[in-house]
Write a protein that binds this ligand. Structure first.
Ligand SMILES: Nc1ncnc2c1ncn2[C@@H]1O[C@H](COP(=O)(O)OP(=O)(O)OP(=O)(O)O)[C@@H](O)[C@H]1O
Length: 266
């Protein structure tokens, strides 16, 4: 399924927070959506995931609007992992992950063997098997993040849109996550991930989409998008670069104008 956004504009509080954005997303590549706080990434993501409407423009899925696909069918095809999913429910981890199977079987239907197998795969993929029997509210922030990732994996959808899935993870789990997402994309899944970590983004993503002030400033291969100029304009930072083992290493280094609040301005 190809996802195409055409001239999307979304106004919040009267201000265009997503401003005439056009974007074509295809399965098979790991896409990183990057940009400073307030750039409009989550707002755009929610529109792509069918969770909010746009004021102007449209989003098409294989050329069709979401209404033509139907919510239930769409929920099987696209999993969305929210940025600030709070999960202090009195629920055990394996039950939370099993919620990812709801689009497949609906409420009240007995779990099928296929669902159980998908839950197992998801728990393993997110390295959350170790706390499967524990209560969500008794987990650490990073552990909870891994469970919510497992719930998104459990959908076994053709698309995954994950909003900052790496933010709460320790380095080993961040690397594991990025390797897994890249492998899934290269096997043919559609994966778009919001990242603030430019080192992970430039190393693992096949394509970066850089947003600032509701607009897309760059869209292409990481080296083309994450230029010194783009980092200065979007984030107000300089970058350092190196290469190790044939892979690029990019890291933010200095704020260019510490007292300048440019990052929140369009
Ligand atoms: N309900 C709302 N009403 C008014 N403004 C809003 C609303 N929701 C979000 N905004 C504003 O829209 C802008 C874009 O928000 P969004 O959450 O899409 O940014 P983001 O790029 O995901 O940021 P972050 O990196 O901080 O998560 C922000 O300036 C935010 O304050």
């Amino acid at each position: 399924m190809e996802i195409v956004a055409r001239d999307l504009t979304i106004r919040l509080g009267g201000v265009p927070r997503v401003d005439r954005v056009s974007l074509a997303l295809r399965p098979g590549e790991l896409v990183g959506l990057i940009g400073p706080n307030g750039a409009g990434k989550t707002t755009l993501f929610r529109a792509l995931a069918g969770l909010r409407t746009s004021d102007e423009g449209e989003t098409l899925y294989d050329g069709r609007p979401l209404a033509a696909i139907g919510r239930r069918a769409f929920a099987k095809r696209l999993a969305y992992l929210e940025q600030t999913a709070e999960a202090h429910w009195p629920l055990r981890v394996e039950h939370v992950v099993a919620l990812g199977r709801l689009p497949h079987r609906g409420f009240g239907r007995a779990a099928l063997t296929t669902d159980a197998a998908a839950v197992e795969r998801a728990l393993r993929a997110a390295d959350a098997e170790g706390f499967r029997g524990r209560l969500m509210r008794e987990l650490s922030g990073g552990e909870r993040a891994r469970v919510l990732l497992a719930r998104a994996f459990a959908v076994e959808s053709e698309w995954l849109l994950a909003d900052e899935p790496a933010a709460a993870l320790d380095p080993a789990h961040q690397l594991g996550l990025m390797e897994r997402l890249r492998a899934a994309a290269h096997r043919g899944m559609g994966v778009v991930v919001v990242l603030h970590d430019l080192t992970l983004a430039s190393r693992f993503c096949d394509r970066l989409v850089l947003m600032a002030g509701g607009r897309i400033l760059g869209d292409g291969r990481p080296a083309e998008v994450l230029t010194d100029e783009a980092a200065a304009t979007a984030y107000g930072v300089s970058l350092i670069r190196a290469e190790t083992g044939g892979e690029p290493l990019v890291a933010p280094w200095r704020r260019l104008a510490p007292d300048d609040d440019r990052r929140t301005r369009p």
